[in-house]
Design a binder for this molecule. Structure first.
Ligand SMILES: [Zn+2]
Length: 899
């Protein structure tokens, strides 16, 4: 038998220290809107600040490790800045280091870094951030997080979800693949283990004992009592009840401390080590189903991040003068991305109003970024001596590819593929004057129309008009003449405009971060053309480009790449789960065969071939409780397959006008060879995963995993637009024979009642319409078989070569003045080789490049002709370099270039 306090006593006779960290966990938006939660946040800080100023016994408070709550509060209580600054400055309130507490898997690595940078910057106004990688509620943790934290100089992380059963201590060494290690303080019962603080010393001591009794030997060092939970207001009796509890007994020494004060006393001896990502449901739910819940939010996130990180920033940094770096606009775009990266925001486990706000922020960030990218390109075009279309490579790898050009004149240059031809003259409309005359008057507002004539049925010209330069088309005289036509019979409206052709053209290699003027005589395609051969004897069409051969099966709409057949098979199953977790009905109806299939060739090359596959299905309409799916809805799924010259991957675009509820639709891909592991992109690298996952008593071990832009297994690579959920399936003898990619996961509950895959709710039981995705949804991905560099392929598929017209704006639209055409027709602004480029920005005027090495071998990173300093993620100089530097396996490096 044991006495109550034995469990929390470090040794017989010695007092066990209990560290109480008062805090709140602030989900900025979730089952209520931001504004609704903010009102409560204002209540909280309105109480907390005077409480702390007037009650020294209420000694510390942790403001949830994120600065957004400070900005949100001060926006309505600007007068509180000084008192808050005093409390932070004296170490009584801990703020930061994050700006928001992000989900780590559904945003880019760069978004995680910028989040911390923003948090630290805002915290500087108040005297600095807490130097702890506080990760209390994230739905698992990425493998590179220890390196990210170490890059900011942090030695400690604090984690809860995702920690595997193999970790049997409340502290462990957490290591990234590059060897960067932080000490992780593990909260086995979460950040709310001490949320209930009895206003009674005896009850408090008993609660502490209960905690110690429950976790036993797992708890090492001072017992950590996290006094707070979601949106919890401070409990003002804390100081008094702690004093009373200390007076009441002799076994425990209770202290109210900050998290850094606690971590300064923890043990570093004999800790277990964990290397890599934390995604186990052993003792806390990892809520893996958020990856697939609202694919529209995943797509919006990826597109906005790409527009900011991969276009607006590098193009502005490289092609605008340093003093034109658009600091304020980029800051606004990043604020949107970082606010959205908060775990309940990007995870879309929120009410529909919150998802609407998230999508709006992504749209704003993307609009800003698209506009900035256009302006940087226009500036480059104005400086280039080339007259005509300029092709710009926004990525570091030299590459060619297919671009879309609109060219003046009626004739398409040789070697191009015509998409559309606009003749110089054409009949727009024919009919009675009361129909045609008003249309002619409206031409005034169509600025590309340079002239028109109205003819009688016999071809006699009745009225003719033309526009000089930017002048008027329908003059007062013309208007009078038009009115006089009211009495004539049917008329014909013929319009004139400059002839144009829209073509696809293949461009040869464009240097990394470089440009090249396009010329018609250089348009000859140096690569084998794409061709389409119609199937015979009931077979489908075959597309080839000399690199890959694609055959479409007209029986079921699946396709083969280089003989690997059955790719893209759709399988629809039920989902009676919620936004957090998938859960199949007890008796599910799987639909994996179509009712009909139709294949049509849309384009036949020579640069691009397209085939449209229309497949009909009958899917159940909805789930009834947890039992089964009922009803039936007919669906047409339209998939467009596209093969381009010079590309190893088949591009796929699948559109579903979704009218079924409570279901999960996946595309299956038989693997070229069976695989025991997958390799998926994650923040700053890749992660290898097996065919199983670790679950726990409250969450089934579903091996459905997130991939940032690509996943590889068994000789197959799938690149996708937006973080995607995948699973290795058809397992025999530990090896998977297929990869399943989730295209849709539709559910109607924020959190569900107890269900087989997750017995406890994960949030309020709120019925939602948004996650049912009752709308047209398009998923884009690309499939390649065989050896490919997935990073290069992801860039090729997701970041097209840019086209800008060099002759058009002699003055860039930002008014910065184009100056002289001082650049050649082809060139490069920056050459980076040997690593994957994550960011190109200007920091304090200096061009700054962040790279990572996603390999087990050291990399020689060359930035030819440049020198500068390698800096840490705070921008602090580490070591100088000249022309090149060696990057450790899986390392992240930031190079600030001095010239
Ligand atoms: Zn949370």
């Amino acid at each position: 038998m044991t006495t109550p306090t034995d469990h929390v006593s470090a040794a017989q006779g010695a007092k066990r220290t209990v560290h109480i960290v008062p805090h709140t966990h602030w989900d900025r938006e979730w089952y209520r809107s931001f504004q609704s939660f903010r009102l409560r946040l204002v209540d909280l800080l309105d109480r907390l600040i005077p409480q702390m100023e007037n009650d020294p016994a209420y000694a510390r408070f942790l403001l949830d490790g994120q600065l957004a709550v400070v900005d949100d509060y001060l926006a309505v209580r600007p007068e509180a800045e000084e008192p808050l600054r005093r409390l932070v400055g004296s170490g009584r309130i801990s703020i930061g280091p994050w700006y928001t507490l992000p989900d780590e898997f559904l945003v880019s690595g760069e978004t995680l870094v910028r989040n911390l940078q923003r948090g630290l910057r805002v915290a500087d106004r108040f005297g600095g951030a807490m130097a702890v990688g506080y990760l209390p509620d994230m739905f698992g943790h990425v493998a590179q997080m220890p390196q990210i934290l170490a890059g900011f100089g942090f030695e400690h992380a604090v984690v809860w979800r995702g920690v595997p059963a193999a970790i049997d201590r409340s502290g462990f060494w957490w290591q990234a693949a590059d060897g960067s290690t932080v000490r992780a303080e593990y909260l086995p019962q979460g950040y709310g283990n001490g949320s209930a603080l009895p206003d009674d010393a005896k009850a408090f001591v008993a609660a502490l004992d209960g905690f110690g009794r429950q976790w036993g030997d797992l708890l090492i060092g001072p017992l950590l009592w996290m006094n707070g939970t979601d949106h919890q207001l401070p409990q003002p009796w804390l100081g008094r009840v702690v004093a009373e509890a200390n007076a009441l007994q002799d076994d425990l020494d209770l202290r109210i401390v900050s998290l850094p004060e606690h971590l300064a006393t923890v043990t570093t001896e004999g800790l277990p080590t964990w290397r890599g990502e934390l995604r186990a449901g052993a003792r806390a739910n990892v809520l893996m189903g958020v990856t697939s819940n609202r694919v529209d939010v995943r797509q919006a996130a990826a597109r906005a991040e790409r527009a900011v990180e991969r276009l607006a920033e590098p193009l502005s940094a490289l092609f605008l003068p340093a003093d034109r770096w658009p600091t304020a606009l980029l800051d606004e775009a990043w604020r949107d991305l970082i606010l959205n990266s908060a775990h309940d925001s990007v995870c879309a486990c929120s009410i529909d109003e919150v998802c609407d706000a998230v999508l709006h922020r992504y749209a704003e960030a993307r609009d800003i970024a698209d506009g900035l990218a256009d302006r940087a390109l226009a500036h480059l075009a104005a400086r280039s001596r080339h007259d005509g279309s300029l092709i710009v490579n926004p990525t570091s790898r030299p590459r060619g590819g297919v671009v879309r050009l609109t060219l003046a004149g009626a004739d398409a240059p040789p070697g191009t593929q015509v998409l559309r031809a606009q003749p110089a003259e054409s009949v727009l409309l024919e009919g009675p004057p009361e129909l045609v005359v008003p249309a002619a008057e409206e031409l005034e507002w169509m600025r590309t129309i340079t002239g028109f004539s109205l003819e009688s049925a016999g071809g006699e010209v009745l009225v003719s008009a033309s526009r000089q330069g930017t002048g008027s088309l329908v003059s007062p005289d013309t208007r009078v003449a038009l009115t006089a036509l009211a009495e004539v019979g049917p008329v014909r409206l013929r319009v004139r405009r400059p002839a144009q052709v829209t073509v696809l053209a293949h461009v040869g290699e464009v240097a990394g971060f470089g440009w090249k003027g396009w010329t018609a005589d250089g348009a000859g395609t140096p690569v084998e053309a794409v061709s389409v051969v119609e199937g015979t004897a009931g077979g489908g069409p075959t597309l080839t480009n000399g690199l890959v051969t694609v055959t479409v099966d007209p029986a079921d709409g699946t396709f083969a790449v280089d003989g690997r057949a059955g790719l893209g098979r759709l399988v629809d199953g039920g989902d009676c789960g919620d936004t957090y977790n998938w859960c199949p009905p007890a008796r599910d109806t799987l639909v994996d065969e179509p009712e009909s299939a139709d294949v049509a060739v849309l384009e036949r090359g020579p640069l691009r071939a397209r085939v449209r596959v229309t497949v009909g299905y009958r899917w159940p309409a909805r789930a009834e409780g947890l039992e089964e799916r009922t009803g039936e809805v007919e669906h047409e799924v339209v998939t467009q397959l596209e093969l381009r010259v010079g590309e190893r991957a088949l591009r796929v675009e699948t559109t579903i006008d979704n009218r079924s509820r409570d279901h999960r639709l996946r595309a299956h891909f038989p693997l070229p060879s069976p695989a025991a592991t997958s390799r998926a992109e994650t923040a700053f690298g890749t992660v290898e995963r097996g065919v199983e996952a670790e679950g726990g008593p409250t969450e089934a071990p579903l091996p459905t995993y997130p991939a940032l832009r690509f996943v590889q297994a068994g000789g197959l690579t799938v690149v996708h637009d937006g973080v995607a959920e995948y699973e290795l399936v058809d397992i025999k003898d530990g090896r998977a024979h297929e990869l399943a990619l989730t295209l849709l996961r539709c559910t109607g509950m924020l959190s569900q009642v107890p269900m087989p895959t997750r017995p406890l709710p994960a949030g309020p039981l709120i019925r939602l319409e948004g996650p049912q995705l009752q709308k047209r949804v398009t998923r884009r991905y690309a499939v390649a078989v065989g050896d490919v560099d997935p990073f290069a392929l992801a860039d090729e598929v997701l970041l097209p070569l840019q086209v800008v017209e060099a002759s058009e704006p002699s003055e860039p639209p930002d008014g910065s003045g184009g100056g002289d055409a001082d650049l050649p027709a082809a060139g490069s602004a920056l050459a980076v080789e040997g690593a994957v480029v994550s960011a190109v920005v200007r920091e304090g005027g200096a061009l700054t490049v962040r790279v990572f090495n996603p390999c087990d071998e050291p990399a020689e990173v060359r930035i030819d002709g440049r020198r500068g300093w390698l800096v840490d993620l705070r921008g602090r100089p580490v070591v100088p370099f000249e022309g090149a530097f060696t990057l450790r396996p899986w390392g992240i490096a930031t190079a600030a270039l001095s010239d």
